[in-house]
Design a protein around this ligand. Structure first.
Ligand code: GLC
Length: 799
């Protein structure tokens, strides 16, 4: 079988470079800032295609390094800037276009894995800056990011240039930096030492710094002195005059602006290395700087970063007939999965890094997209998240990574409503079972993890408490009480009665019970397994008895026991997620499941994805709370909530409907959207939501990068469409590919063994015949190979 995929399609602002695995942006004026992440989950930050963004160390709220003005005008400022000034003409510009925004002769931004390179040229000078964070290890006590600048004189005459950098320091506590202006502006000051500007306070060791390898000609440490009165970052007085102030900032707003003079003959080039970081031991800065100024060491650090990402991406690669699918699965979807593993919903172009912390349900689901390649990091995230569970089994809704402090999140706004969420703790069960299937690391279950309110239990005990909490908190029908909400934060149907129930959560509970039963069987705990299967059967029967509405499942029951999401309602007759989860939770009979999914198609499908519900609310209704605060077609109120679309893909594939699964997948695939002026957000990563058909901006995406869509579309595509699923007993291969695909190839590492999978279609059905290393295998699970086996060849015929 040959898999010939055409190239991915370009849009008006960029294209995907398959060889380099970079997304190339060809114009600076993208519809929204198209961002990337620097760093690997510790020191790092976000960087846009015009250099906008900010940095922090481990926690954007509690250890912020630089500032960013969200939703400001001009958009996407400040950032990591370089001004280039011609000393003969006084003209100046920025190779990242911002903040001067002078039209450039040429511009290109390349977002890669953990790095971004922006190149601009004007009037015979070309400048390129590469931003990256050296991988963790070497500079633990003084973490930093590198800016490697290279300037070339491409013109015919000698050029005398000055460069000026610009970063705006934040007080480490980013909330105080913005809210307690009198205090924060009195305490932060900056000074110049060892080729660096250092910003900090007198009462904390924490020092942010910006340094250059080569001694600068001068420096400016104060924002107001740099910008000048009546000016802004497009025409700051220091750059207009070409004269740095050579003064730090006694208080107020500290900036890192270093000035270098460069004289370039025609054809000559020059490199300058800058670093930005934070440390509690400023004595380390000169050493760190000396190291990265050595071109060889800087290159080595960059090579190490690339090697780490190559290894990360290399454990699962696919070749399908769809180039967009290949690009997403081999590169950007996996990059996004790692980013969500690191940052949950905490920091992005939409999430300011001030409030949300790490979501419990979010972190648990995010591990699903990374456990095949960084199982250790996924296990760490699970362990850290289990630690916010209470002894009664429910969990905090979120926590802050640096302090471990937990919180109820949104629920705090309505103290009279339940302060817990019905799904948080159950996601941890589901993700932990998935981790065990992937890794076989049964010792993980014995790890001792504290409960947030005291005491300690093994991971296995934590799982049992999660199940016990749901069993103990059930409503009048016997379904799980919804609490403040379930997965849908905006579905708030319990206003203090303690009676409202979630049908969807019952289905999620069924999945958790089945996963746990499967695990217990594998561990030889047969009684536990039987008990969990019984509980699951009871719950599924309750759902089937009270929530089936003729052609689909209801979504929830309110305070008064009235169903939500059923026929005859003016708003919200049909909701997407209980239909998909009736399959995922193995609740529905095949007939009901097919009918429920047919309803999804008939009522919710659009060319840009499946709407979350229909018809949307048209004004606030206390009965459902948050959902109805959105206009029709936005977010959970009938918008296309991409995360939930992934569940429909899983459901369709699980029903053997490969064509439907693939159609749902393509509809929300960002690289497939070439209408960038409608879509608006980055075409290389999933956005959380797309405006639905009842919204005036139907098709417009919002909230790119940090969404459970990343992990779940990855799971949906790899485990369900391609059908490559880890089980306790071995790797299962049961594709549900579209009829039009002749097949696909995949390289999948599983428990240290490389599986080379070749799948070929030999008929329109979904029957699968496997041969492993040339030998026929019964069923769809490839038994775990003998110890020492490195490669397994898997031949799959689908007919
Ligand atoms: C947001 C939240 C997530 C929630 C979803 C649906 O993406 O981060 O936790 O499940 O919205 O409301």
């Amino acid at each position: 079988m040959t898999v010939a995929a055409p190239r991915t399609a370009a849009n008006a602002y960029g294209w995907f470079d398959e060889e380099a695995r970079e997304y190339v942006i060809t114009r600076p004026d993208t519809p929204t800032p198209w961002i990337n992440y620097l760093g690997e989950g510790r020191y790092g930050g976000i960087v846009s295609n015009t250099g906008g963004g900010f940095s922090f160390d481990r926690d954007p709220r509690n250890r912020r390094v630089t500032r960013y003005r969200y939703n400001g005008v001009p958009a996407d400022q400040p950032g990591r800037y370089i001004y280039i000034r011609d000393q003969d003409t006084g003209e100046f510009w920025s190779p990242t276009w911002q903040p001067v925004r002078r039209p450039l002769d040429a511009y290109e931004c390349r977002h890669g894995m953990g790095y971004t390179r922006i190149r601009g040229s004007l009037g015979g000078v070309e400048a390129q800056v590469l931003y990256f964070v050296p991988p963790a290890g070497a500079d633990e006590a003084c973490p930093c990011e590198i800016w490697a600048l290279r300037i070339v004189n491409t013109g015919p005459s000698t050029r005398r240039l000055r460069t000026f950098t610009y970063v705006e320091f934040s007080f480490g506590d980013a909330v105080s930096d913005q809210q307690n202006l009198d205090w924060s502006q009195h305490i932060v000051s900056s000074r110049f030492e060892h080729n660096a500007i250092l910003a900090g306070t007198r009462f904390r060791a924490e020092t942010s710094w910006f340094a250059s390898g080569e001694p600068p000609l001068g420096y400016t440490g104060d924002r107001e002195a740099f910008v000048g009165r009546g000016r802004d970052l497009a025409n700051p007085i220091v750059v207009v005059t070409g004269e740095p102030t050579n003064q730090g900032s006694p208080r107020g707003n500290s900036v890192g602006s270093l000035c270098h003079e460069i004289v370039l003959e025609p054809g000559e080039d020059r490199e300058l290395t800058f670093a930005l970081g934070v440390t509690d031991e400023p004595v380390l800065i000169p050493g760190v700087m000396a190291r990265y100024d050595d071109r060889h060491e800087a290159q080595q650090a960059f090579d190490a970063l690339r090697a780490d990402w190559d290894a990360y991406l290399g454990r699962f690669t696919v070749e399908t007939p769809d180039a967009d699918t290949n690009a997403m699965l081999n590169v950007w979807n996996q990059v996004q999965c790692r980013t969500t593993l690191y940052w949950s919903r905490f920091v992005s172009g939409y999430e300011s890094g001030l409030g949300r912390g790490m979501g419990t349900r979010d972190c648990a689901q995010d591990t699903l997209g990374t456990m095949h390649t960084v199982p250790g990091q996924a296990a760490q995230a699970l362990e850290r998240t289990w630690a916010v569970q209470f002894a009664d089994g429910h969990a905090w809704h979120l926590y802050f990574p640096l302090t471990g402090e937990g919180g109820p999140g949104l629920a705090a706004e309505r103290p009279e409503w339940p302060q817990w969420f019905s799904d948080d703790h159950l996601w941890l069960v589901i993700a932990t079972c998935a981790y065990l299937r992937e890794s076989g690391d049964t010792a993980f279950l014995d790890r001792a993890v504290p409960f947030d309110d005291g005491g300690t239990g093994t991971v296995f005990e934590h799982m049992l408490r999660a199940i016990a909490f749901t069993l103990a908190h059930r409503g009048p029908h016997g379904l799980p009480r919804i609490g403040f909400s379930d997965w849908d934060d905006t579905l708030n149907v319990d206003h203090g009665s303690g009676l409202a129930e979630s049908v969807w959560c019952a289905m999620q509970f069924c999945r958790a019970l089945l996963d746990l039963a499967d695990l217990c069987e594998h561990l030889g705990r047969t009684e536990d397994a039987a008990r969990f299967r019984d509980r699951k059967a009871e719950m599924a029967a309750i759902v089937d008895a009270c929530a089936w509405d003729g052609a689909w499942y209801a979504r929830a029951f309110d305070d008064e026991g009235r169903p939500v999401g059923v026929a005859g309602e003016t708003h919200h007759e049909v909701n997407l997620i209980p239909q998909a989860w009736s399959v995922i939770g193995e609740v529905a009979s095949r007939d009901r499941a097919l009918l429920a999914m047919a309803t999804v198609d008939a009522r919710l499908d659009t060319p840009f994805g499946l709407a979350a519900l229909d018809p949307p609310y048209d004004g606030f209704e206390l009965r459902v709370g948050g959902t109805s605060t959105y206009p029709p077609g936005a977010k959970e109120n009938g918008g296309i909530f991409c995360h939930a679309n992934a569940w429909a893909i899983v459901a369709a594939a699980a029903l053997g409907r490969g064509d439907d699964a693939y159609r749902y997948y393509r509809q929300v695939l960002p690289l497939a959207r070439t209408d960038a002026d409608c879509f608006l957000t980055e075409p290389y990563v999933y956005a959380q939501n797309i405006c639905g058909p009842t919204h005036p901006q139907f098709g417009m995406a919002r909230n790119a990068w940090l969404t459970g869509t990343a992990a779940w579309t990855y799971v949906a595509a790899t485990q369900w469409i391609l059908g490559i699923r880890p089980t306790h007993r071995g790797l299962l291969v049961a594709p549900a590919i579209p009829v039009s695909w002749p097949g696909f190839r995949a390289h999948r590492e599983f428990r240290g063994v490389a599986y080379e999978i070749q799948a070929r279609r030999d008929g329109p059905g979904d029957e699968v015949v496997l041969r492993v290393d040339g030998m026929p295998v019964d069923g769809t699970v490839i038994p775990l190979p003998a110890p020492g086996t490195r490669h397994v060849a898997v031949d799959v015929v689908i007919r």
